[in-house]
Each structure stands twice: as structure tokens, then as C-alpha cells.
Write a protein that binds this ligand. Structure first.
Ligand code: DHB
Length: 394
């Protein structure tokens, strides 16, 4: 027996994008149902990046009086770019009058789940979406299996795929599983979480002859660090001593504070933009629509920027019957998506050392890094993208 429920917007995915969208819609009096295949515990413990652009931090404060972005999170006014044996600080407020916040995604998710559940959001976890149906009648439906395995049909006025890079909604929008512009990279990141206080006040992005390393943080007692590795690396094959050695040689001049390694993983790099972001009354946001390589931490910020645009468009469509913004959603979102694709590609290619790099390639890359740090316009370009371009309004 299929259970059928009705709502105005069916949102697939309870990540930052799906939860923020449900909030912005509720603010406009539009009811939604959010479904996700994961449990609350799984959602709250998924380790992702930790940098919020200024806009993202501002939005969290505006929607959630209890956000911990300023208490558990910390403002960061700069980063260090390290290369050729020297560190160069990029001072964000001095260059662009903006900052970023170090506030890990799983903490953002704890806040957002508490916010939405506190507002009695219809949030269904453990629900596996199997497909989307849209016969052009203006009433698409999500077909799913409920947490107990029984068939569930959610009929809506609009369906949003906020269900990540393995999106189930995407093939419906693009017509195929791939369905996009795609690029792979010849390197990956070996990432660790370790129990030790930060090695430096600000994040260090280091280009060294041994490859790239990023020294980041999670909390006063936990650090997140990454070093460039072969995408085929099995995280279980490296011992702790080898990991510390690999990190330490890539950040000469900084003594890393070591501690027990509590998690290790290999992150593959991809750039992807779906060919279509909307088909009739079904749209994609966040990783369902695009993926960026992690250098520069644009992923979650970009997802939230999509949501701000889509919420405006859905408000116009579902409250006033005005289709103009939804018709322009893909074009407007793609503007920022391609800028962020370029920025993430640029930071990645400028900071990583390709295995087959020639002496020319290496010297050119150092020339590029010098040209960025030695010019105020170069530093401002980096700072502007890192702290985030202004969100489109209305
Ligand atoms: C982190 C990840 C990034 O990709 C980045 O650019 C900065 C920080 C992080 O996980 O802390």
C-alpha cells in the first residue's frame, strides 16, 4: 500500500541546502517536506569542509537566533599562502572589507536540524528516494520508500533535488546520470583529523616541492589537515609517522602540533556542472547541480547561494504565480557557479604540484604565486573569491 502525502515543495536532501531552503520557504508561508535517506546521527557526523563565506555566516545569523557561528565558530581575517620557503599573509578585511568563519559543516547541520525541528518542519529521515515523476501538469511527485520500507508518494507543486553529488533527482532533470560538464584531476587529498590544538592561528595553504598541504582546524582541540596524494592511495596504508612526515615537510617554517589521528580519508577532486539545473517543476541545488574541487572551500557556500536564488524564485512562483524568476533560475545560478568553478580550479592548479610537472611548469607556477602575493590587486582577487562574492538580491 502506497502512502500518498501532499505538500507545496518536496525537498530531497537534508544537508545545508535543503534545510535552509525549507526555512526560507516557511518564512514565505510555503510549506515543504524534506526527506533524506540518512539518520540524524549520520547527517550530524558527516565531516566536510569548515569555511563559511561572509554571506553564508550572515545568512545563518539572519535565519537562526541560536546559531553558534560566533561562539563555536571563529572569524578568520586571513590565510597564509606558503611557497618558496616563505609565508605570505592575505589580509581579508584590509583588502576587501570581509572575513570568513571557521565553522565546520557538521556543526552548521546540528544548528539547522534543531532550528527546523523546533519550527515543526516535516522532516522525514531514513527515506530512500527512488525517482521523480512530472507529467507536465504542474504537480510533480517524489517516489520513495519510507523508513519502514513501505512505498511513499509525495505530491507537490515543485520538487527540489538537494541530494548531493550522487543525486537521485539529477537524472530526471538532465536526462542521464552524468549529464554535465566534467573534469577530473590527477591528485587527491589525504585528510586527517587529529586531537591536538591548532598549529597556527590561521589556515596555511602551502605549495612545496613535495606537493600541497593545507593546515586547517576544527576546534580548539582538533585539527584538520590535508596533503596532496595520488588518487589511488588507500588511507589505511599510511602509518601515523609517515603522515606526520608528509605533512611536516610540506610546511617548512611551521612546527605542526601532533596528536592522535582519529580519522583519515582520501578526497578525490572533481569539477562538475550539470547541463540542466531545472526541468519544468523540478530543480537542482548544491552538489546535485555541481561539484568543485575542495581548495578554497566553496562547496557549501555555493550550495547556499543557489538556495537563496531558488527560494526567491519559488516565492514568486508559488505565492504570486510569477514564473519569471524560476525561468531565469538556471542562468542566474550558473553565473556564480562558473565563477566558483574557476576559482576552485585556479586555487587548485596554482597550489598543487602535478607529478609530471616540468621545470618550466614549476617555475611558471612560482611566478604565478609571486604575481598574486606581490600585488595588492592579486591579493584582493584571491581575498574577494575566498570571502565570497555578494549574493544576488531579489
Ligand atoms: C577546509 C577545507 C578546504 O577545502 C579549505 O579550502 C579550507 C578548509 C577544512 O576542511 O577545514
Amino acid at each position: 500500500m502506497t502512502t500518498t502525502v501532499r505538500t507545496r515543495v518536496a525537498i530531497v536532501g537534508a544537508g545545508p541546502a535543503g534545510l535552509i531552503l525549507s526555512h526560507l520557504l516557511a518564512d514565505a508561508g510555503i510549506e515543504s517536506i524534506v526527506v533524506d535517506s540518512r539518520s540524524r546521527e549520520q547527517i550530524e557526523s558527516t565531516i566536510r569542509a569548515g569555511i563559511l563565506e561572509q554571506n553564508t555566516a550572515d545568512l545563518l545569523r539572519a535565519i537562526d537566533p541560536d546559531t553558534r557561528v560566533d561562539t563555536v565558530g571563529h572569524r578568520h581575517d586571513g590565510i597564509e599562502l606558503h611557497f618558496g620557503g616563505e609565508g605570505h599573509r592575505i589580509d581579508f578585511p584590509a583588502l576587501v572589507g570581509r572575513s570568513v568563519w571557521l565553522y565546520p559543516q557538521h556543526e552548521v547541520l546540528k544548528d539547522l536540524l534543531a532550528l527546523r525541528l523546533g519550527a515543526a518542519q516535516d522532516l522525514r529521515l531514513g527515506v530512500t528516494v527512488e525517482g521523480v515523476e512530472d507529467d507536465g501538469s504542474g504537480h510533480p511527485a517524489v517516489l520513495a520508500l519510507d523508513a519502514d520500507g513501505s512505498p511513499l508518494r509525495i505530491e507537490a507543486d515543485f520538487v527540489v533535488g538537494a541530494d548531493g553529488s550522487r543525486s537521485v533527482v539529477r537524472p530526471f532533470v538532465t536526462g542521464s546520470r552524468g549529464g554535465g560538464y566534467f573534469r577530473e584531476y590527477p591528485f587527491a587529498w589525504f585528510g586527517i583529523l587529529c586531537e591536538a590544538p591548532p598549529s597556527s592561528d590561521e589556515l596555511i595553504y602551502s605549495n612545496s616541492e613535495h606537493g600541497f598541504a593545507l593546515i586547517s582546524q576544527r576546534s580548539p582541540d582538533v585539527q584538520r589537515m590535508y596533503f596532496q596524494c595520488d588518487p589511488a592511495t588507500d588511507p589505511a596504508t599510511l602509518g601515523d609517522a609517515e603522515i606526520w612526515e608528509a605533512l611536516q615537510v610540506r610546511v617548512p617554517g611551521t612546527t605542526l602540533t601532533e596528536g592522535p589521528i582519529i580519522q583519515r580519508d582520501v578526497l578525490r577532486f572533481r569539477s562538475f556542472v550539470a547541463h540542466e539545473l531545472r526541468r519544468d517543476r523540478v530543480a537542482l541545488v548544491g552538489d546535485a547541480a555541481h561539484t568543485v574541487p575542495p581548495t578554497g572551500a566553496k562547496g557549501m557556500n555555493l550550495a547556499i547561494a543557489d538556495v537563496v536564488l531558488l527560494a526567491d524564485a519559488l516565492r514568486a512562483l508559488l505565492v504570486s504565480g510569477d514564473e519569471r524568476l524560476i525561468d531565469g533560475y538556471a542562468e542566474r545560478a550558473l553565473d556564480r557557479i562558473w565563477k566558483a568553478q574557476h576559482y576552485s580550479w585556479w586555487m587548485t592548479s596554482m597550489l598543487h604540484v602535478a607529478l609530471d610537472a616540468s621545470d618550466f611548469d614549476r617555475r611558471r607556477q612560482l611566478g604565478e604565486l609571486h604575481s598574486v602575493v606581490s600585488s595588492e590587486s592579486g591579493r584582493a582577487y584571491l581575498a574577494e573569491g575566498y570571502t565570497g562574492w555578494p549574493l544576488p538580491v531579489g
